[in-house]
Design a protein around this ligand. Sequence first.
Ligand code: PMP
Length: 352
Amino acid sequence: MSRFWTDKIASLDPYVPGEQPQDKQYIKLNTNESPYSPSPKALQAMAAEVSESLRLYPDPNAMTLKTALASQYQLNTNQVFVGNGSDEVLALAFMGYFSNGKPLAFADITYSFYKVYAALYGITPELIPLTEEFDIAAEDYQNLDVSGVVVTNPNAPTGKALPLADIEVILQSNPEVVVLVDEAYVDFGAQSAVTLVNQYPNLLVVQTLSKSRALAGIRVGYAFGHPDLIEGLERLKNSFNSYPIDRIALVGATVAVEDAAYLKNICDKTIKTREATVKALTNLGYELLPSATNFVFVTHPEKSAEEVYIRLKEQGILVRYFGNKPRIANYLRITIGTDEEMQALVAVLTAL
Ligand code: PMP
């Protein structure tokens, strides 16, 4: 017998996270995690927090982290929201700002979670195709009749970035709706829209500690925006009586955000390894889109992406293959690991 809830649940098409296989040790280049340890100062702070203090609830306002983020990005704490990974921040923003009956605009090839949230909240996606060169074209986002706009900058899985001037065009031509800029990968070479927060009350910038700060394991994401937008997210969060993050994550995240030198160190190393990887793969005949992230998006004119993916996996190297998704079926997304990991990748690809 079909009941409304079984139909509702059957209609959900949940996100399938990247493989985290347990059968053996892989070189994991499939989920854009950092190959480097988090800030040693953050690790120390978290270890110290594992103490009797854990009998106490965490600060429901995550104020130490908001203060660290506000000071790092020259904003006030009422312009900062904190959540359990940027995925939670995105979920709250979709629920609060985009479920108003009109469609939500985002790119046809982008982070696949947006479609999942849209389905969950009954939002119709208005998919805007990337250009021939896999770019988000600002002129395709002007004066839209939508509930909101999501721009992923740099985009995933393509890795390409938009200049800030293009983000401004989108903000200016859609002043009545929230424009959410998902900057999960921004530290690896794109310009952040954080600097525009004081100018555009409809801008919400979402970032994460999962990539450039090597802290995917503690699930911390955050948003910057006008105090009214941030207040809206706080109200939603408090309606679930949910804490933004736990005590261990709070101290670790705060110290990691303060450790700007370590962030720079990780980003510099990743960018250097990315450049070497681009050279090596180009020499092997692969075609790569210019990347402003900690991954590269590659195809080969003569080789099947599926076969390369399978052969790499057999050799203990995991990369992301997109199955039969239109336009990107013959592409692979490869996370930038350490120099040694990328040399192992290149050795296997050379032998294919
Ligand atoms: N946005 C984009 C574009 C991503 O690729 C990811 C990570 N897969 C996220 C957001 C979510 O990251 P997290 O929840 O770990 O902060």
